[in-house]
Design a protein around this ligand. Sequence first.
Ligand code: ADP
Length: 373
Amino acid sequence: MLNSGSSSVKYRLMSGNERLASGTIERIGEPGSPAADHETALKIVATELAEKGLGLDSPELVAIGHRVVHGGTTFTEPTLITEEVVRKVQELIPLAPLHNPANLAGIEVARRLRPDLPQVAVFDTAFHSTISPAAATYAIDREVAGRLRIRRYGFHGTSHAYVSREAALAVGRPAGNVIVLHLGNGASASAVSAGRCLDTSMGMTPLEGLVMGTRSGDLDPAVVLYLARTGGMSLDEIDTLLNRRGGMLGLCGDNDMRAVQERLADGDPDAELAFSVYCHRLRKYVGAYYAVLGTVDVIAFTGGVGENSPLVRLTALAGLEALGIAVDPGRNARGERLISTDDAAVKVAVIPTDEELEIARQTLEVISRTNRG
Ligand code: ADP
């Protein structure tokens, strides 16, 4: 599978569930990078694979899966890539101006290298296409919203799909209710019932919802007006403030949770405030999604922070015993798969995400469906 981002290309070659090769080409287009553009990056991928005897020209290669960030309302499931699909993904560029062009560049080069091979687009938004109109609609003028395709789409969908399924299986409730907390550089929560997403915290763009490494998450929309009118900031400056200089970075100068926690241990007041804002927001979403679901079988932590920070997990869920949520400190510190106490009604799990595996699985599903049909 290929994940062509704006400045990197990640690849993974899979045979069933087994990883045969993987790698990342970073800093595309930056001075000193081996890759000036996506074309060169994919050629490096092809060379790296060939060196391992697994060339892109191998007859054993059955398909290439591509991560595509925004599928809008057009794509609600993984889709075999055709000219028409490429055109429709292009139409969605205004909704994801940084990501979709990079994803398309990867698709275009891969199709040129292997025109004979089926290629599949797996959309970050698709898993959230099941959220109800009540959850997807912003309360603004409907004509304006409709014309400009303004609604909540949600992101990180492959991760939420994978982790919600694994968490439900881990507690023996495959059709159960799951709250997924995906906490990486970007962060999002979702409420999933019997494999269907009912709500998610990212919205029209990945800016909404939880506090992230460099994104503010939820904010009174009038703050944007105030920054422009009273603060005299341009739209680009506001964009940077909220998307790239917000979140933990804006609050304390560090976007990496490891650094924040080290400062916390030294009693740094800025780090303390940042950490408390982060965990407070997380706790609010847990409460909100508990209410959306009615009952919760399992809360699943994933992503770099969710998988590795016992302190975030413990703090975000502290004091919720009345809701049946209780984290066992020992299990949590050891990072066990299940970290709730034995008698807690709601299980709490740590589930390492695997978006690449999920993309490979979904790609194969599309291929076998196409072959059958
Ligand atoms: P991405 O969203 O880019 O895929 P990850 O899911 O890998 O990112 O998460 C990266 C973040 O995970 C880092 O910025 C860091 O804050 C956090 N992280 C990684 N390891 C730890 C750790 N041991 N303790 C706390 N946070 C960690």
